[in-house]
Ligand binder design. Structure first.
Ligand code: ATP
Length: 352
C-alpha cells in the first residue's frame, strides 16, 4: 500500500509500498520514530484516509472502499477523546446507542465492559472527574464495546506517567488476551513494543524494514536501523571468510574468526557490518579467551548490572554489560587493557 500527501515538490510519500499481514488475535505493534508513517497506516486501516494505491483486506474481503463506521474496526486515540460532560457509563454506551442497540442490550454491554476494565465503582462519575489512567480505561472500554474485529491503538499510553504506563501495558495485554480481538498498537517506544507484542513491524521513512517476534527483532535485527533502534548495540566491521545458508564465518578486526547469523535471503561477501548486544559479551577472564581487546575507558554501575565501555584499537567503543553479583567488588581499573569474549552465536550480520 502507498500513501502520498500533496503534489509536485511538496509531495510526501508517507507510506512507500508497504505490505503486511496481521494474524487474527494478534497483538501487533507498529514501531518507529516520529514521522515514519505509523499513524498514516493506522488511519488507512480505520478508513479516516484513503490509500493512493493498494488495498486493505479483512478476512480476505476488500474493505478499502468502506467508510469508517462500516468497518469492524475501532480506534483508541492518544488523547482518549471522551465526552467530559457524560458519565463513564454514558461514554461507554454512546457508540452502541448510535448503532441502534436496544436499551437493555446497551446497559448489559456497558456493565460487561466496566467489569472488563475494572471500573464498576466509577460507573456514574463524569469523565472530567476521574484520573488520566481511569480515562484511559474508559476509552478502551468504549472502543471495545461494539466488539470490533480489530482495535487500533495510537500511542494510547503516552500521556500517562511511567508507573501507570507500566500498569496499563500489563492491562492492555490482559484485555487483548481476554477479548481475543486483534490489537494493532502504535508506539515509538522500543521497550513497550518488546514487552507487549506478539509481533512487531519496525518502520522507517514510510517503509517496513522488518517484521518478527520481539525475540527475532532483538536477536536478529536485519539491518543497521533496526539494530540501532532496538536495544543497545555494538557494531563491527568484519570480513566474510565463508558463507552458507543463514550463517557466515567472519574474521573480526582482531583476526579472530567467529560464526555469525545472516538475515534471510542475504548472501554476505567481502566486508560486512555485524552487531553484538552488550549482554552477549563479557570481559575476558570472566568467561574464556579474548576475541577482541582494547582499553577499559569507563565503568558505569546500574544496580542490577554494570556497563564497561572498551576503546578498541580501531577507535570504536564497545560496550560489555555484566550482571552484578551481590557483594562483588569492582576489580577492573579504568584505563587498563582488557579482553572481550563474545558468547556462542551472538554475532549477527546486517544487511547494510
Ligand atoms: P508520530 O510518531 O510523530 O505520530 P508517525 O510515524 O505516526 O509519526 P505519520 O503521522 O504517519 O508519522 O506521518 C508520516 C509522514 O507523512 C510525515 O512526514 C508527515 O509529515 C506526513 N504527513 C502525515 N499526514 C499528512 C498530511 N495530512 N498532509 C501532509 N503530510 C502528512
Amino acid at each position: 500500500m502507498t500513501k502520498a500527501f500533496g503534489e509536485g515538490p511538496d509531495r510526501v510519500l508517507a507510506l512507500n509500498d508497504v505490505s503486511v499481514e496481521i494474524g487474527e488475535n494478534e497483538f501487533f505493534t507498529l514501531l518507529g520514530p516520529s514521522g515514519c508513517g505509523k499513524t498514516t497506516l493506522l488511519r488507512l486501516i480505520a478508513g479516516f484516509d484513503h490509500p493512493t494505491a493498494g488495498t486493505i483486506l479483512l478476512n480476505g474481503e476488500d474493505i478499502s472502499g468502506l467508510p469508517p463506521f462500516k468497518r469492524p474496526v475501532n480506534t483508541v486515540f492518544q488523547n482518549y477523546a471522551l465526552f467530559p460532560h457524560m458519565t463513564v457509563a454514558g461514554n461507554i454506551g454512546f457508540g452502541l446507542e448510535m448503532l441502534g442497540r436496544s436499551k437493555p442490550d446497551v446497559a448489559s454491554t456497558v456493565d460487561e465492559m466496566l467489569r472488563l476494565v475494572r471500573m464498576e465503582a466509577l460507573k456514574n462519575r463524569r469523565t472530567s472527574q476521574i484520573s488520566g489512567g481511569q480515562q484511559q480505561r474508559v476509552a478502551l472500554a468504549r472502543a471495545l464495546a461494539p466488539q470490533p474485529k480489530v482495535l487500533l491503538l495510537d500511542e494510547p499510553l503516552s500521556a500517562l506517567d511511567l508507573k501507570l504506563r507500566k500498569e496499563m501495558q500489563i492491562e492492555l495485554k490482559r484485555l487483548q488476551n481476554e477479548t481475543g480481538i486483534t490489537f494493532i498498537f502504535v508506539t515509538h517506544d522500543q521497550e513497550e513494543a518488546l514487552t507487549m507484542s506478539d509481533r512487531i513491524a519496525v518502520m522507517s521513512n514510510g517503509s517496513i524494514l522488518q517484521v518478527g517476534s520481539p525475540r527475532e527483532i532483538y536477536d536478529h535485527p536485519s539491518d543497521r536501523f533496526v539494530a540501532n533502534f532496538i536495544g543497545d548495540t555494538n557494531l563491527m566491521e568484519a570480513d566474510v571468510v565463508s558463507a552458507a545458508n543463514g550463517t557466515a564465518r567472519l574474521r573480526l578486526p582482531s583476526g579472530v574468526e567467529v560464526d555469525a547469523d545472516v538475515p534471510d535471503g542475504m548472501r554476505p561477501e567481502g566486508r560486512v557490518t555485524a552487531v553484538v548486544r552488550p549482554e552477549h559479551a563479557a570481559l575476558a577472564g570472566d568467561a574464556g579467551a579474548a576475541m577482541l581487546s582494547g582499553t577499559l575507558e569507563t565503568v558505569v554501575y546500574f544496580g542490577t548490572d554494570t556497563h564497561y565501555h572498551v576503546r578498541l584499537p580501531d577507535g570504536g567503543l564497545f560496550t560489555v554489560r555484566a550482571q552484578n553479583a551481590r557483594g562483588h567488588a569492582e576489580a577492573r581499573q579504568q584505563g587498563s587493557p582488557v579482553g572481550i569474549h563474545l558468547s556462542e552465536r551472538s554475532v549477527q550480520v546486517l544487511r547494510d
